[in-house]
Structure formats: structure tokens, C-alpha cells
Design a protein around this ligand. Structure first.
Ligand SMILES: C[S@@+](CC[C@H](N)C(=O)[O-])C[C@H]1O[C@@H](n2cnc3c(N)ncnc32)[C@H](O)[C@@H]1O
Length: 540
């Protein structure tokens, strides 16, 4: 016979103590200990219920059910704080079986679904909770959650994000609330390597391609103990990803779609619908994942954060972050990319940095593409691949020409930048380099062009013999997409040229490049502000 059957009062006393302990731990935010204490209470409570068929007090069974429901709800809360979402949702569902409209459970379930980006399901929970909410009391909080679900569901359906207010407020306060969004793209086999993301429609420069929330991120401030801080950050990041993969079936299956770097051409091509926030659980298989696979996946797919506020304001420039953004991980690198990413909070927003045609592969830069071939080769080797994009192939062939090698060597030896630009332009003319390919070369030698246009002395000496800055900017943007540094040279040049950069045509040109850099998520006024800020504060 069990203890509760022998001495019901003692059993009840023990349960009472356990419940108080669990609640105290919950209030102290000791989630693990609280979940354990509730687990103990829940099993005692269940045992008690199954032994109460011959109880004389008819209210006792109902009291036990109520206690069980509350305990499940509280354990769900603790487990959700531990990001143990599967188990937390199971607890919520168990509690809701006992009491279908249990307020606390509905709110807890709604919050979990919201953090898993399942906006309409979360909204249904909050709507039911609202029926039981007290007007003027918790109903305000529930209405707040409902508003949030509605807004995020709308953003996720339409992609009409707007970061202008945040930018115009100088990036003050919390970063804007974002939802996940999948634009006109699909995943297909790529000629670049493995799978890639492709446009299904023509996409205009600045248009959003996707917004996705990180599975996990970790950040640190690089100080004198930089390397140590970085190691700790990586360890925390790996722990977080492993924790999420172990605890949440949906997250585990999403991570399982990613490349480990081996046999990429033989990898399965997942359907894009898997990455939409509202995809049903039943669409996910149940693949297992082990630590070594997680480590390989992180090695191939983690991205270093590039926070816009740090970049534009020069704020927190020693701030360093990494993250894993699953859908963005299908985007291959190209040295003539057509997309850029903005990191906002835990989200990454990817937009076209130049016009993209339907069927074209979406690519972004894993490293700085405003650099010469040799430098890019080094960086792609660190990433573990050999880039053979059109630009690399072209530059490989051209690089063998003596006039180009000479300029490279001259620049290394400190050759006057204006002279180098002049020689490069002459070299390209002799080698009959035209169209986009000219843009590739100018992007490779961007540092020299930028310095030449930035120095009055150089402009005075070489100005008539080298192409106009606007011509070079246009060709670079067309070839490798927009970039803050190119935009800076353009805006500075337009200011110096006497029109103050304020002429309609000049402004339109700068705004177009600005849209490619920051995307249409910034409206005109915000883009203008970013152009201004960029002039003074940019840090690279
Ligand atoms: C983040 S994943 C990109 C998606 C990957 N292609 C897939 O099928 O999952 C990075 C890996 O893609 C491949 N890759 C990306 N860009 C490449 C490029 N320009 N050239 C060759 N391989 C590339 C490399 O194997 C790299 O390790």
C-alpha cells in the first residue's frame, strides 16, 4: 500500500509542503528547482487522485484536480523559462484537459507559442484567456498580447516592416518587435554549392527577402581579455543551441536541415514552407541529432552579428555577437552578392541590395567583398570553401595580366592611390574589361578609389584623368550591390561638389544606394538620417 493510502493526512501535509516549496522556488525564479519540486508534487497528486475512488468527501477529488491543474501550469511556466518548450506545452495541454479555460495556463501556452513565432495559435490562447480575464486588471495585459500577436501575424504575412521610428530615435530603447517572414523565395540545388535560396519573382533593390529569429545568439564585449570573452561566448552559444535542439522537437528538425559541410550536393532540399511560422508540427519528422553533428552545423552556418546601431553610430564597436539563423543559413556566399543582412535584436533581416531577377540565386557576403581576390581567397579558406563565383573566376584570369599584378604590387609598396586608380582604369581599357566586370575590378580596388576620391590633393592631381566618382559608384553598386562605404564616398562627394548633396538628382541617387544598403524597412526620412549619421560616425 502507498503512503497516501495509509495516512491520508500525512500525504496531504507532504503535498502541502511540496507545493509551498515549489511556489516559493518559482517566485524566486529558480526554474530548475521549481520544476523538479512541481514534478514531485504532480506525481503525488496523481497517485492521490487514482486512490480517491472511495472518498467520502465529494469535493476532495475536485480540489485535487484543481491543484494538479495549477501545478502543471506552474511547471509549464518554469519549463518555458528553461526554454524546454515541448515539455512546457505538454504540461499546458495536460492542465487544459483538466480545465479547458484555465487562465494562467492559457496565458503561459500563448506566450510559449508566441516565442515559437506561432502567432495565430498564440492568439487563440489569448482570446480564450480574455473570456476569463478581469476588466481593468489582467485583461489589459492579455489585450496587449493579443495586439502583439495580431501585429506580428500581419508583419509575417505581408513583410511590411518599418524600422524608421527606431532609427529616427537614434536606436534608443528596445529594438522594434519583429516577426518571422518568408518572401518570394524557395530553396533549390545551387550551382555555387549544395542548396541555395532562389527568387521566385523579380525583386527590387531594398525589398525584404526574409526575416528570421535566431535559434540562439550570444554576445560579448571584446576588451583586453577579448579572446577569453570570445571563448566563453562561443561556449554559451553552443550550450544554448544544444539545449534548444534537445528540448524542442521543432527547433531540432529545423537544425537538422542544415549542412554539416559534408556531401553538400547530396543533401535533401527542404520545402520553404517548413520555415514559415505557422507550419504544423506534423510536418516535422523526428530526426535525432548528436553533439558532433551540432558542432559541425554551427561551424558551417553560424554568422557573426553585424549590428546596425554599432555600425552606423560607432556605438559598442567592441561588441561581438554570434548566432544561428536557420533559413538565412541556406544563403550561399558570392563575391558579387545581391542581398545584405541587417541584425536587429535576435532577428536577421535579409533584403535585396540590387535588383534580382526571378530564378536568380540570392547571395550575400560572408566576408568583405570590397577587397582584392587574394584577400577574399584567404577569407573563403577560413570559411572552408573555395569561392568560384563569376567574379572570382574573372579576376583569376585577369589577375595573371602583368599590368594588374603591377598595380597590386605598387599599392602594397605605397603607390599614390590616384595613380593606381588611373593605371587600373588604363589597364582595364587595354584589356577590354567592360560592363559588370569593370565594377568587379573597381570593387576589388575600392580602398584605392575611396582614398583617391576622398583626398582633395588626389582629386586635383588625377581628377580629370580618372572616371567621375558617381560613375565608379554606380558600376560598383551594380556589380556587388550597395555598401555603407560606397554610400559614404557618394554622399561626401556630392556634398563637396557644391550641390551640397541636396540637389534632387543627387539626393535620388544617394537614396537609391541607401535603399540597397539599409533596405525598404527604412522609409525616406530614416534613410536620410542614416546617410547623415554614416558620414560622421561609420566604423569598420
Ligand atoms: C551557410 S551554408 C550555405 C548553404 C549550403 N550551400 C547548404 O546546402 O546548406 C555554407 C556552406 O555553403 C557552401 N558555400 C557557400 N557559398 C559558397 C561559395 N561561394 N562557393 C563554394 N561553396 C559555398 C560551403 O560549403 C559553405 O560551407
Amino acid at each position: 500500500m502507498k503512503q497516501e493510502e495509509q495516512q491520508p493526512e500525512m500525504g496531504e501535509e507532504l503535498m502541502q509542503q511540496l507545493r509551498s516549496k515549489a511556489t516559493e522556488l518559482l517566485l524566486r525564479e529558480e526554474w530548475n528547482e521549481s520544476a523538479n519540486a512541481y514534478s514531485h508534487f504532480i506525481s503525488l497528486c496523481r497517485a492521490h487522485i487514482s486512490n480517491t475512488h472511495d472518498l467520502t468527501d465529494p469535493d476532495q477529488l475536485s480540489k485535487l484536480h484543481k491543484s494538479l491543474c495549477l501545478a502543471l501550469s506552474n511547471r509549464a511556466e518554469a519549463r518555458s523559462r528553461l526554454r524546454d518548450f515541448d515539455e512546457a506545452l505538454n504540461d499546458c495541454n495536460e492542465a487544459l484537459k483538466i480545465e479547458t479555460t484555465h487562465f494562467k495556463t492559457l496565458v503561459c501556452k500563448g506566450k510559449i507559442l508566441l516565442s515559437l513565432n506561432r502567432y495565430s495559435m498564440a492568439s487563440n490562447c489569448f482570446k480564450t484567456a480574455l473570456l476569463d480575464a478581469q476588466p481593468g486588471g489582467n485583461s489589459e495585459i492579455i489585450n496587449g498580447y493579443l495586439e502583439k500577436c495580431k501585429k506580428l501575424e500581419f508583419l509575417s504575412r505581408t513583410g511590411s516592416f518599418d524600422l524608421s521610428e527606431w532609427v529616427l530615435n537614434g536606436f534608443r530603447g528596445k529594438s522594434p518587435e519583429l516577426g518571422e517572414y518568408v518572401g518570394a523565395v524557395q530553396i533549390k540545388k545551387s550551382e555555387i554549392g549544395g542548396r541555395g535560396l532562389f527568387a521566385t519573382k523579380n525583386i527590387e533593390a531594398g525589398t525584404l527577402v526574409l526575416v528570421t529569429k535566431a535559434i540562439a545568439t550570444d554576445r560579448c564585449i571584446l576588451s583586453d581579455t577579448g579572446e577569453n570573452a570570445q571563448l566563453v561566448m562561443w561556449k554559451n552559444f553552443i550550450d544554448k543551441v544544444t539545449g534548444s535542439a534537445t528540448k524542442c522537437h521543432r527547433i531540432r528538425q529545423l537544425i537538422c536541415t542544415l549542412s554539416t559541410g559534408e556531401d553538400e550536393d547530396g543533401l535533401r532540399v527542404p520545402d520553404i514552407s517548413l520555415f514559415r511560422p505557422e507550419t504544423e508540427e506534423s510536418c516535422f519528422s523526428d530526426e535525432k541529432i548528436d553533439m558532433s553533428r551540432i558542432l559541425s552545423i554551427l561551424d558551417v552556418n553560424s554568422l557573426v552579428e553585424d549590428a546596425i546601431s554599432a555600425k552606423v553610430l560607432g556605438k559598442n564597436s567592441d561588441y561581438y555577437g554570434v548566432g544561428l539563423w536557420v533559413l538565412a543559413s541556406f544563403i550561399n556566399h558570392s563575391c558579387h552578392p545581391n542581398a545584405r543582412r541587417l541584425h536587429i535584436g535576435d532577428y536577421v533581416m535579409v533584403h535585396a541590395s540590387r535588383d534580382v531577377k526571378a530564378g536568380e540565386e540570392i547571395t550575400f557576403a560572408y566576408f568583405d567583398v570590397l577587397s582584392p581576390l587574394d584577400k577574399r581567397r584567404e577569407m573563403s579558406t577560413t570559411w572552408g570553401f573555395h569561392c568560384s563565383c563569376k567574379r572570382c573566376k574573372f579576376e583569376e584570369e585577369l589577375g595573371t595580366k602583368p599590368e594588374i599584378r603591377e598595380i597590386e604590387m605598387g599599392l602594397e609598396r605605397g603607390l599614390d592611390v590616384g595613380g593606381a586608380v588611373y593605371r587600373l582604369e588604363e589597364g582595364m581599357r587595354r584589356c577590354m574589361v567592360r560592363g559588370k566586370e569593370k565594377g568587379y575590378m573597381r570593387a576589388s580596388f575600392w580602398a584605392a578609389y575611396s582614398e583617391a576620391y576622398g583626398s582633395e590633393k588626389s582629386v586635383r592631381k588625377w581628377g580629370r584623368r580618372i572616371p567621375a566618382m558617381e560613375v565608379v559608384v554606380d558600376s560598383v553598386v551594380e556589380a556587388v550591390g550597395s555598401d555603407e562605404r560606397v554610400l559614404k564616398v557618394l554622399v561626401e562627394g556630392l556634398k563637396k561638389s557644391g550641390s551640397g548633396g541636396g540637389g534632387v538628382v543627387e539626393m535620388e541617387r544617394a537614396m537609391k544606394v541607401g535603399r540597397g544598403v539599409y533596405g525598404k524597412v527604412m522609409k525616406k526620412q530614416a534613410t536620410r538620417t542614416l546617410l547623415e549619421l554614416g558620414l560622421h560616425e561609420q566604423s569598420y
